[in-house]
Design a binder for this molecule. Structure first.
Ligand SMILES: Cc1cc2nc3c(=O)[nH]c(=O)nc-3n(C[C@H](O)[C@H](O)[C@H](O)COP(=O)(O)OP(=O)(O)OC[C@H]3O[C@@H](n4cnc5c(N)ncnc54)[C@H](O)[C@@H]3O)c2cc1C
Length: 392
């Protein structure tokens, strides 16, 4: 057991940190301005330019297998990268993540959808949630009925991240009603890859954040049979498995953001004076800084353990739920304290804290709410699927 980053990992961390500081952080004011004016956070041309720079630096497709042109650096490296990138709210990733559900596709699907997604030429979204089925994913109503070599999809999806921008969607629909009922929603459901030009429509949903997802409507949308992703009737398990293995990433995002925010609070506390001395000299402020630092460190270890476990070929879903639950709650507590330490300024739009405050609230909801993570964790322990202290 070795609790330090390797030389290679440190080098990647340092390079990404520099990239974030040099290329992304200077765009923060532009992002804030655009979002306040209701425009996309960054113009497509800027994102393309960033993508090119990341490619030149060798960091496009960090976790993409080498056979698809990626760097294949593994989950630990993805965690390290994610925590660095999350130190800014400028929306940029390093592309082609291996947790993409399209890796479950056949060779033809990989060629048509996965590779263009990795290259940044096509944008995708994943649609499970419906107006009547969020946490309770077994209760979906969308149907797909076979007609010759095609399936006809009807129904609605909601809260789909990237649904307004996507060129295609990986959408979950009931394909065998009887089997669906008999297995209480576990089987009889299939995942389809549906191109936008097959006829589905999307509509932006306004949220308290800047990351408006979309509602999708399928009205007799015809999808060819070869666009079934994974097994016929096996889409529910496919979708949930994929979500489960990648959940810790929300925790990683919370850790990186919280580290940057805490540094802002420390800098401000040293500079802001009240009653004749800096607020950093008040125990009330010091304790908020200390509690935040301890919680960030704890969340980081959960995230790294979830990533390490997956790299080690083990099932990381229990740890992933812990990293997601603790990390996202930690992130909310830290951003709240950081805002408090900044006083009235923290509440203004002069500083990005209020933006992070709104973003952090989402971490506790998507990819499975707090309550669902607690349910998963306790169920694993009560059923004896996982033993206390099993992982270290
Ligand atoms: C910005 C955003 C982006 C999203 N992106 C996507 C996406 O890309 N694709 C996608 O498919 N979905 C996406 N979602 C949907 C998201 O995963 C769901 O909103 C989430 O799973 C919760 O479902 P719900 O909103 O229907 O709440 P509900 O399931 O109705 O839950 C309401 C409340 O009840 C609690 N609750 C529910 N069941 C239980 C229980 N058994 N025990 C205790 N408490 C319970 C919940 O925790 C919550 O507090 C996104 C949501 C948002 C807000």
């Amino acid at each position: 057991m070795h609790l330090r980053l390797s030389e290679e990992q440190k080098m990647v961390q340092e390079t990404i940190r520099k990239f974030v500081e040099k290329e992304l952080m200077p765009l923060e004011n532009e992002v804030l301005r655009n979002e306040r004016e209701g425009k996309p956070s960054l113009p497509a041309a800027t994102l393309k330019e960033l993508q090119l720079k990341a490619k030149e630096a060798g960091f496009w497709g960090i976790n993409t297998p080498a056979e698809y042109g990626g760097a294949e650096l593994g989950q630990m490296m993805q965690a390290i990268v994610m925590m660095e990138v999350a130190k800014t709210f400028v929306p940029f990733g390093f592309g082609g993540s291996a947790d993409n559900i399209l890796y479950y596709g056949n060779e033809e699907q990989k060629k048509r959808y996965l590779i263009p997604t990795i290259n940044g030429k096509k944008r995708s979204c994943f649609a499970m949630t419906e107006p009547g089925a969020g946490s309770d994913t077994r209760n979906i109503k969308m149907t797909a009925v076979k007609d010759g070599n095609e399936w006809i999809l009807n129904g609605e999806k909601t809260f789909i991240t990237g649904g307004n921008e996507a060129d295609f969607v990986m959408v979950i629909a009931i394909t065998d009603k009887e089997l669906h009922e008999k297995t209480k929603g576990r089987d009889g459901v299939t995942c389809f890859i549906a191109d936008r030009d097959m006829g589905w429509k999307s509509e932006y949903i306004h949220t308290m954040g800047e990351w408006g997802p979309a509602g999708l409507v399928f009205d007799n949308v015809r999808v060819p049979e070869e666009n079934i992703l994974g097994e016929l009737h096996g889409g529910y398990r496919l979708g949930l498995e994929w979500i489960g293995f990648a959940r810790w990433i929300v925790g990683a995002r919370a850790v990186g953001s919280a580290e940057r925010l805490l540094q802002m609070a420390i800098d401000y506390a040293k500079e802001r004076e009240t009653f004749g001395k800096p607020i950093a000299e008040r125990q009330a402020i010091q304790w908020q800084i200390a509690d935040s630092a301890v919680e960030i460190e704890a969340a980081k270890w959960l995230v790294l353990n979830a990533a390490f476990t997956l790299d080690n070929g083990e099932d990381n879903r229990h740890l992933g739920s812990m990293a997601k639950l603790y990390g996202s709650n930690m992130g909310n507590r830290v951003v709240d304290r950081v805002l408090q330490i900044h006083g009235g300024m923290g509440y203004t739009r002069e500083l990005p804290i209020e933006r992070w405050y709104r973003e952090a609230r989402l971490w506790r909801i998507y990819d499975g709410t707090d309550e669902i993570q607690r349910w998963i964790i306790s169920r694993n322990l009560l059923k004896g699927n996982v033993k206390i202290g099993e992982f270290v």
